[in-house]
Design a protein around this ligand. Structure first.
Ligand SMILES: Nc1nc2c(ncn2[C@@H]2O[C@H](COP(=O)(O)OP(=O)(O)OP(=O)(O)O)[C@@H](O)[C@H]2O)c(=O)[nH]1
Ligand SMILES: [Mg+2]
Length: 329
């Protein structure tokens, strides 16, 4: 189903991604929701917007809100690459190890709990794209930094991280899931009419890290049995890299990505810098992804498995992963 989003939507989306406060975000999200055409093809966009609005309106509630007291708390890491993914979890689960072993970013890793005190950012490569990974200070039973909560709410995806080397894994996971569900708007139920219908389809995803350690397999079995079907579990070792390929594949599938390759008339295809869009995006979306000036293109031709070579396409045609599009201005 084509989304057919108007160019103004992308302008607002862009502003939203660089907005610095919740107040600003709320205003932009409400405007986006107002202008999005409401039909079958935009259902996912509309429900995502509603969810984000509901979560901001609820405010920084829960444990993390203690002592924060600030409305519209501001902490912002600009989105880069194919998706922003926040790692969240109890101390020593290995969040910083994932960042420093799987990306070029440096993060302090140590057996001392609460080593990380500020968020760290790195890019995780996958084929010809990269995911943006954010490492965060660990959550405590009675306090979570409001900075971390804001990051969790605004990310494209939140990955909980627990350690299979830890005997307390079930308790830790229980606490972590409460935070994730609350901040990601999973099962949001409010008396307000507008909010009532919002029940997120997002199943919490948990990295069961340190799968290389003694007794890890036994604990993994317990987790899987206990949370049967309620969460997605990705076994991983930040140390040995076991499970990394499955993690990457999961990220790619979950973020609903399609890659489109732009081609200037008479020039070769650029394969190393795709335009990254979500499934259901149109030729116009691809043009906007290239540069906003391309929204005014005169006509476009396309190459790909679903098309005849060089077939002319219209703005509202839905593009597929791997398509090559040539825009004529
Ligand atoms: N064997 C093994 N050890 C790991 C793995 N991941 C992390 N560790 C170790 O676990 C300890 C904690 O790792 P960190 O990456 O600092 O954990 P963190 O979640 O960032 O913890 P804090 O920031 O301190 O709260 C370190 O000693 C790591 O070397 C893993 O996959 N396997
Ligand atoms: Mg750390």
């Amino acid at each position: 189903m084509p989304a057919n989003l108007p160019p103004t939507y992308y302008k607002l989306k862009h502003q939203h991604e660089s907005a610095k406060t919740d107040d600003e975000r709320l205003e932009l999200l409400e405007e986006m929701l107002r202008i999005v055409p409401k039909h079958k093809g935009t259902e996912k966009v509309v429900s995502d917007l509603r969810k984000r609005i509901a979560v901001i309106k609820k405010g920084p509630t829960g444990k993390g809100a203690k002592g924060s007291g600030k409305k519209g708390f501001s902490e912002h890491i600009p989105k880069q690459g194919a998706g922003q993914i926040v790692l969240l979890g109890p101390p020593n689960s290995g969040k910083s190890s994932i960042l420093s072993n799987f990306t070029k970013a440096k993060a302090e890793v140590s057996p001392t709990p609460y080593t990380t005190t500020t968020p760290g950012v790195g890019m995780l490569p996958y084929e010809n794209i990269q995911f943006q990974i954010i490492d965060t200070p660990s959550i405590m039973p009675d306090f979570i930094s409001p900075v971390v909560l804001t990051l969790v709410r605004n990310a494209d995806l939140c990955l909980g991280v627990v350690s299979l080397a830890n005997d307390n894994i079930l308790d830790e996971l229980d606490m972590l899931l409460t935070v994730i569900n609350e901040q990601r708007g999973n099962n949001v139920e409010e008396s307000d009419e507008e909010l009532e219908e919002i029940v997120s389809e997002e199943i919490p995803t948990i990295i069961a890290n340190q799968v290389d350690t003694i007794d890890a397999q036994d604990r993994l079995e317990i987790l899987t049995e206990f949370y049967d079907g309620q969460i997605k579990i990705i076994p991983l070792s930040a140390e040995t890299g076991e499970g990394k390929d499955e993690l990457l594949q999961y990220l790619y599938d979950t973020l609903d990505i399609v890659r489109v390759y732009p081609k200037a008339p008479g020039k070769p295809i650029e394969r190393d810098d795709p335009i990254i869009l979500t499934i259901g995006s149109t030729v116009l979306d691809a043009a906007m992804g290239l540069h906003k000036d391309f929204a005014e293109f005169k006509f476009a031709r396309i190459w790909g498995s679903e098309w005849h070579d060089g077939q002319p396409v219209s703005r509202n045609d839905v593009i597929h992963d791997g398509d090559v599009v040539e825009f004529h201005m």
